[in-house]
Design a binder for this molecule. Structure first.
Ligand SMILES: Nc1ncnc2c1ncn2[C@@H]1O[C@H](COP(=O)(O)OP(=O)(O)OP(=O)(O)O)[C@@H](O)[C@H]1O
Ligand SMILES: [Mg+2]
Length: 250
């Protein structure tokens, strides 16, 4: 058994002739928080999309839990435990918070059973997990509010909660704190590190907030123009002269 749950080797993604991700090697350790950082347009979201199955891998391989997945459709990858949140919010605004979470739990389970007894059993299990997710995200007091009425920070938190509702093995978070105020950022930071430290979930994180990245990442990969320019723990990334010049603007 390997400690690396997700491995990309020579991963490239092209949009027509343009190479957005260029021969990326990436090893994500099980249970770690692994961040992708880099300037706008570096290829972070594209790399994410390729790992989740939402962008076509043009070259290279992706291995998840020992299985090659680079040609596997996105729905199958998500059933196998890869889940993602979006850079742009993806909620049902006209529906209340509880229902948003319930729909996410339900779609994660697929509701394939038509057997009445097992459906009753899974209905009550479902209520428990909806409440658990709401409590975990601190959204219980807002359970009956429409998602569209939440503050921006609460909406972003609900986004994370929806991705967590499927109990994924690997959770991809694309700029989860974008547009959040300081208080919401510290809560989101707690939530994310709690997923990794207490639930042993593997987190792949894209984030522009450097202090959050430095505080919660086990490993950081720095991308620039589709290529990996540095990789290491927060301390070595902070000191890396290439990163300081290219990204931290020093
Ligand atoms: N669907 C697409 N078609 C063509 N080019 C694209 C597409 N999506 C992204 N690109 C281009 O690929 C490059 C990488 O984009 P990507 O969105 O992956 O960057 P990013 O690192 O996530 O940037 P940001 O920090 O702004 O979110 C950019 O030059 C972008 O313009
Ligand atoms: Mg992006």
């Amino acid at each position: 058994m390997t400690a690396d749950i997700l491995v990309a080797e020579g991963l490239s993604v092209h949009y027509g002739a343009f190479c957005a991700v260029d021969a990326l090697d990436l090893k994500v350790r099980k249970g770690s928080v692994h961040s992708l950082i880099g300037p706008n347009g570096a290829g972070k979201t594209t790399a994410f999309n390729a790992l989740c199955g939402m962008a076509r891998t043009s070259r290279g391989t992706i291995t998840y839990d020992g299985e090659r997945i680079e040609r596997m459709p996105v729905a199958r990858r998500s059933r196998k435990g890869l889940a993602r949140s979006f850079q742009i919010t993806n909620l049902f605004f006209e529906v209340d918070v509880r229902e948003n979470v319930r729909l996410a739990c339900q779609s994660a389970r697929g509701w394939r059973s038509f057997d009445f007894l097992s459906q009753c059993a899974s209905q009550s299990a479902m209520h428990e997990s909806v409440d658990e997710v709401l409590a975990w995200a601190g959204l219980q007091p807002k359970a009956d509010s429409l998602a569209g009425e939440l503050s921006h920070g609460e909406q972003r938190r609900l986004e994370i909660a929806l991705a967590v509702a499927s109990s994924p093995t690997v959770l991809f978070l694309d700029e989860p704190t974008a547009g959040m105020g300081a208080e919401d950022i510290s809560f989101a930071k707690l939530l994310i590190s709690n997923l990794s430290k207490q639930r042993r979930m593997t987190i792949v994180l894209i984030e522009h907030n450097m202090s959050l990245v430095m505080d919660i990442s086990d490993r950081i990969t720095v991308l620039q123009q589709g290529r990996k320019v540095a990789e290491g723990d927060p301390e070595s990334i902070r000191k890396d002269p290439v990163v300081r010049a290219a990204y931290l603007g020093e």
